[in-house]
Ligand binder design. Structure first.
Ligand code: ADP
Ligand code: MG
Length: 407
């Protein structure tokens, strides 16, 4: 997340771990050993590291689902180890893989759990349930009465997030919350979380073993080794540019320069454009708009300016109407998508072009490979110490594949 996106309200509080250790009964070595870190108020801090390194143990000590063996944790200046654990947990939203919803309760009941414990009256709870469903992009009328089994994996995760946010806790703990959904849904849920966070400004501790996810979501990333030893704790940009040691470098991957693409959002680059027309408009108008252009593609939109299909000058030549002609667009991206998402989308598109939509789904512009190449060369110029070879390779393949001028 970039600086500009975190300038909204901050409702979160600072969390400080001081030499926190967990030795499980019967184990020789601690699962977590002497971890100290400060998680700033209103930021997303991602704990990333291999399976078994102690991420879940570290996270669950924050809400005392696991009691630390030694060390202290303070949340908003209060000593968490001295608080009543139930009271502590009411101030901390918790969302886990598989959403962890109660299967025998409706969506509404699931979301009401903590507000119910807090003794809110029924009307306030009902209003809150609907607000939370709206917030995570589910229509309350359609979903509040459903049971978890009647939802897709992605929808269950959304409800899981809604439930975690229901009592408006300043702190949110998320343990691989999007681990069980397909990559496209995961990308959308990540976008959604960033949108929510820009509004809410919670303190979010997010656990993942996926470094790309960490780079996309984190204001700061803690790269963890065995026993949750902190190998590096810094911003995504700093870790990508200067991995602290070989272990971190290995984790970051050889393609660190290309990973720079995950640091930039579609909204941060200049978008290309092409002629567009609503389905009901005349073929002739669109034909004229395309005349004389090097790149013979246009977009057909619906009446709300949402992209429907690509159409070529050839296809328009003998068409009577814009209804039904052209071919489907691949995955639409949002302004919050990363350039890495754009790269994947354009590689999957026959026109090698990603179509971007606004928050309301309206056509916003296009991204072609040149946009990405330009961005990487700017990054390389700004950070000449980075792996220039990787950037050059990307530039070469992009440039060679598509010599003519593009949107
Ligand atoms: P991660 O979330 O990074 O995969 P965990 O925190 O779940 O790691 O586990 C860290 C280590 O602690 C692992 O070696 C795991 O086997 C061990 N562990 C986790 N929970 C328990 C438990 N309840 N009892 C004993 N050992 C545990
Ligand atoms: Mg875990």
């Amino acid at each position: 997340m970039t600086e500009t996106e975190t300038t909204g309200t901050v409702s979160g509080v600072e969390i400080v771990l001081d030499t926190v250790t967990k030795l499980y009964p019967g184990q020789r070595d601690p699962a977590v050993e002497a971890v100290s870190m400060t998680i700033p108020a209103g930021e997303i801090v991602v704990l990333v590291g291999p399976s078994g390194c102690g991420k879940t143990t570290t996270m669950r000590m924050i809400n005392r689902l696991i009691e630390p063996t030694s060390g202290t944790i303070s949340i908003g200046g209060r000593d968490a180890t001295a608080m009543n654990p139930d009271e502590l947990r009411r101030g901390i939203g918790y969302s886990i893989q598989q959403a962890g919803l109660f299967p025998h309760m409706t969506v509404a009941k699931n979301i009401s759990t903590v507000p119910g414990l807090l003794g809110w009256d029924r009307k306030r709870i009902a209003g809150r349930v609907d607000d939370m469903l709206d917030l995570v992009g589910l229509d309350p009328g359609e979903y509040r009465g459903r049971y978890p089994r009647q939802l897709s994996g992605g929808q269950q995760q959304r409800v899981g997030v809604a439930r975690a946010l229901a009592a408006d806790p300043p702190v949110l703990l998320m343990d691989e919350p999007f681990g069980a959904v397909d990559p496209i849904t995961r990308g959308l849920l990540q976008d959604e979380l960033l949108r929510l966070q820009a509004e809410l400004g919670k303190t979010i501790v997010f656990v993942t073993h996926d470094f790309s996810e960490a780079v996309k979501l984190g204001d700061r990333i803690a790269v963890l080794g065995n026993q949750s030893r902190i190998l590096q704790y810094d911003t995504p940009a700093a870790i990508l540019a200067h991995p602290a040691d070989d272990t971190v470098a290995g984790f970051v991957g050889a393609d660190a320069s290309l990973k720079q693409l995950t640091l930039t959002r579609v909204s941060d680059v200049e978008l290309g454009d092409c002629p567009t027309a609503a389905e009901d408009e005349s073929v002739e108008t669109l034909r004229k708009a395309l005349a004389g252009r090097d790149w013979p593609w246009a977009l057909i939109l619906d009446n709300h300016r949402r992209p429907l299909r690509w159409v070529s000058a050839d296809q328009l030549a003998d068409a009577q109407s814009l209804h039904g002609i052209g071919r489907p667009i691949g995955n639409l991206l949002s302004l919050r998508s990363t350039l890495q998402d754009a790269l994947e989308a354009l590689l999957a598109d026959q026109n090698a072009t990603a179509v971007i939509t606004s928050a309301r789904g309206e056509y916003a512009g296009l991204i072609a490979i040149e946009t990405l190449v330009t961005h990487l060369s700017v990054v390389r110029d700004e950070h000449p110490d980075k792996s220039a070879a990787t950037v050059a390779a990307a530039e070469e393949s992009g440039g060679a594949a598509e010599p003519e001028s593009r949107p």
